[in-house]
Design a protein around this ligand. Structure first.
Ligand code: PLP
Length: 406
């Protein structure tokens, strides 16, 4: 593990140890998820933005950003997972196979009659809860969402707008998950949680499989441009997203894997803590998990995700708020001809890190270790749009969380 203390960045770069190809994340599984999402009203692949001017300026071959800020007008990729898992749950209750059921049937009065009124519950910092609330609304079912302490009003309202009941707790994300779990047990509700633990893996696996749609779209969009990534940067909260992306890409590019780089905020870097511990086991971090990257403010790794993230990435990086804020500013102020991207706090940390690696001498060693150079085609996921407009303006207009100087 190395540290760049002036910038509060820590990193670990290693040769991936490798492992068995994760079969749950095969091309076939990804296509099933995509086939489901295609049936949802308003589905369209989100844009894969090519930042050619930025790539030119930063002397790399290509920079692509998969922009999830327009996913179903919900401003985040998360609904891909929640909707898929909820559909899976309903099919299970109906004794049917998800592959054979179409969405119109799932939202029909007949299904409602057959399964009756059910309540879905989850804990979420915003995006996942919104996805679950959206799915419950489509199915005319109820949802109760528990949010961590300090959740801003705009994120609560986004969920309430889908008719869900929201409770902002005084707990951190992981404790809010435990609360949601207890409430589900006490009230006979169904928990749709985006993290997995011993004994709770079915629903989170479906959620992760649902996320694969985003990666499948991105790789197809790159293939249409006759290219593929040499480096894939993915931010992690519990690591469900990153696990699903890496799992899919390991299946897709067997034998010619891109380099995977996992990024987290310093105060909630549980994948980083697990990777640096070096014993192969997941390690939790605790406390307030305070960061502007609230979607990444999770202290306990997702078990399914961790097993993939243990084996295949070559880089694990933990960094501070200003890196995400810089990413937001860079994407909001594109170079001539490049497309402007609106990124929320959990979306652009990879772009903020690349900026440091390209433009700050102190990061040269990290850049070299990751072999980033003129032949690199870099893929990023802007996983959310502006979900806290006030903070966005403060960051972009007034320079909140300024760059750290050496
Ligand atoms: C916008 C955004 N990006 C990334 C993530 C990280 O996903 P995961 O918790 O699966 O690592 C989340 C999680 O909520 C999120 O909301």
């Amino acid at each position: 593990m190395k540290e760049i203390p002036e910038f509060n960045v820590k990193y670990l770069v290693q040769s991936p140890k490798g492992g068995a190809v994760p079969k749950d994340f095969s091309e076939e599984m990804a296509k099933k998820a995509l086939a489901f999402h295609r049936q949802l009203p308003g589905y369209r692949p989100t844009d894969l933005v090519r930042l050619s001017r930025l790539a030119q300026s930063w002397r790399v071959k290509d920079i692509f950003v998969k922009d999830e800020s327009t996913r179903f007008d919900l401003k985040a990729f998360k609904v891909l997972g929640g909707s898929y898992a909820v559909a899976y749950l309903i099919c299970e209750k109906l004794g049917m196979n998800l592959d054979e059921v179409d969405f119109t049937y799932l939202v029909s009065e007949e299904v409602r009659q057959r399964i009756g009124q059910i309540t879905l519950t989850t804990a979420s910092d915003g995006n996942h809860g919104r996805g679950v609330a959206w799915a419950a609304e489509r199915l005319a079912q109820q949802a109760v969402i528990y949010m961590p302490k300090g959740t801003v009003r705009s994120r609560v309202e986004n969920i309430e707008s889908h008719g869900a009941k929201v409770e902002v707790t005084d707990l951190n994300y992981d404790d809010a998950v435990r609360l949601s779990c207890r409430m589900a047990q006490e009230n006979g509700w169904y928990m749709i949680q985006d993290t997995a633990w011993e004994g709770y893996t079915d629903i989170p696996l479906r959620i992760m499989q649902g996320y694969m749609t985003m990666c499948l779209e991105a790789i197809d969009q790159m293939a249409q441009k006759e290219t593929r990534p040499t480096h894939v940067f993915i931010q992690a909260g519990v690591g469900a997203l990153a696990g699903a992306m890496v799992g899919y890409l390991v299946n897709k590019f067997q034998g010619h894997l891109p380099k995977f780089i996992i990024m987290e905020p310093n105060n909630a870097a549980c994948i980083f803590a697990s990777a640096t511990a070096g014993d192969g086991r997941p390690h939790a971090v605790t406390g307030d998990l305070d960061t502007i990257m609230v979607g990444l403010a999770c202290g306990e790794p997702n078990l399914i995700g961790w097993e993939i993230l243990r084996d295949f990435p070559c880089g694990y990086i933990s960094c501070d708020n200003f890196v995400a804020a810089n990413g937001i500013r860079i994407l909001a102020n594109p170079l001539k001809d490049d497309t402007r991207i609106e990124a929320g706090e959990s979306g652009p940390v990879g772009i903020g890190l690349l900026d440091l690696m390209i433009n700050v001498d102190r990061f040269e060693e990290l850049k070299q270790a990751l072999e980033i150079g003129p032949e690199s085609t870099l893929l990023f996921f802007n996983t959310e749009g502006v979900t806290d407009p006030e903070n966005y303006r403060e960051i972009v207009w007034h320079g909140k969380y300024p760059s750290r100087e050496a």
